[in-house]
Design a protein. Structure first.
Length: 63
């Protein structure tokens, strides 16, 4: 794959990407559970992965 082809297949041009400025959520798969601890209290949230508009992956689907 050439550099030009890679740039054309970025998150920004993907049907699964929900933009929020130059970053956004990849909605290709279900949200992932994230567990974190703050002040000895454990919390769990579900979130979509955050990616940059210029990121890319092998699951690209054109808008």
């Amino acid at each position: 794959m050439t550099t030009t082809e890679t740039k054309a297949k970025t998150c920004q041009a993907c049907a699964y990407w929900e933009a929020s400025s130059d970053k956004g959520e990849c909605r290709r798969h279900a949200p992932q559970n994230i567990a974190f601890e703050v002040n000895e209290k454990v919390s769990v949230e579900s979130r979509f992965p955050i990616t940059s508009a210029s990121d890319w992956c092998g699951d690209f689907s054109e808008k």
